[in-house]
Design a protein around this ligand. Structure first.
Ligand SMILES: Nc1ncnc2c1ncn2[C@@H]1O[C@H](COP(=O)(O)OP(=O)(O)OP(=O)(O)O)[C@@H](O)[C@H]1O
Ligand SMILES: [Mg+2]
Length: 265
């Protein structure tokens, strides 16, 4: 079953006042594809994601499922870095149900769906708990369930595991990989972590240092899932991506007047 939508970025430019942050980005993302955006801090990854979500006006065009994006919509779910978006006064099940309640879905149906998505993210045992009773990783799973229950055709994730410890991040990466395949949605995932991108993505898009950030390289990854980080293919990909991003990080640091010292040999 595939319910993912195509995303088309056509000569996309994004400015805040006089500052042009993103310039001339062209990218076609296939229905059901998993695309990671990698790039130096401050280059415009979140800005690009927010534009696809419909939070920001752009020049050029963005279309999702063939329809121009002009505002946020239920076809696009957004998962943020922090799970503070959960309502502290609602249980996990109620948080997950919330979108359907707003949409007027009758209680028995939304309860059934909430239980389904809570189970999908491995939180059935915590459905009646409140967010503050959960660990950071569990709260992040709840946030993902809250987005998935709307059955979006596109899920936009901005460093969703960035605040988690390495072990929890690994568990959630594996779970996201499974959930992605179970739902068939299209995912655009922003990360700083090269390994995270290699383990998850169909394509890794490297963004140049701003201002006027654009696409530097696109690395397709056709290796079967789950991927073995120790395989020669993954190690070679890691080296290539590290070099590509390293150049951009260096440029970004220079622009900020922070030149990185060459490592001593
Ligand atoms: N609302 C805003 N108003 C003005 N400038 C903004 C706004 N949002 C972002 N910017 C600027 O746009 C640039 C890109 O920011 P963005 O948050 O997209 O970077 P990023 O690649 O996501 O960085 P990080 O990896 O640190 O999250 C930065 O220079 C930032 O200062
Ligand atoms: Mg960001």
């Amino acid at each position: 079953m595939s319910r993912g939508a195509q995303i088309r970025l056509d000569h996309v430019g994004i400015s805040f006042g006089d500052a042009q942050i993103v310039s001339n980005v062209n990218l076609d993302i296939r229905p059901g594809e998993f695309v990671c955006l990698l790039g130096p801090s401050g280059c415009g990854k979140s800005t690009l994601l927010n534009a696809i979500a419909g939070f920001l006006p752009v020049s050029g065009g963005i279309a999702v499922g063939g329809t121009a994006v002009t505002e946020p919509g239920r076809d696009r779910g957004v998962v943020f870095q922090s799970a503070e978006v959960l309502f502290p006064w609602l249980t996990i099940r109620e948080n997950v149900e919330y979108g359907l309640k707003l949409a007027g879905v009758p209680a028995p149906e939304r309860r059934r769906k909430a239980d389904h998505y809570v189970a999908m993210v491995g939180l059935s045992h915590a459905a009646d708990k409140f967010p503050k009773q959960l660990s950071g990783g569990m709260r992040q799973r709840a946030q993902i369930a809250r987005v998935l229950i709307n059955e979006p055709s596109v899920v936009l994730m901005d460093e969703p595991f960035g605040a988690l410890d390495a072990q929890t991040r690994e568990v959630l990466q594996t779970e996201l990989d499974r959930i992605w395949r179970a739902t068939g949605c299209t995912i655009v995932f922003v990360t700083h972590d090269i390994w995270e991108a290699i383990l998850l993505a169909d394509r890794v898009v490297v963004i140049t240092a701003g201002p006027r950030a654009g696409i530097k390289t696109i690395e397709p990854i056709s290796l079967a899932h789950p991927r073995d980080a120790a395989s020669p293919e993954c190690l070679e990909l890691f080296r290539r991506l590290r070099d590509d991003i390293g150049e951009e990080v260096q440029r970004a640091l220079e622009q900020q007047g922070l030149k990185q010292e060459e490592p001593a040999t």
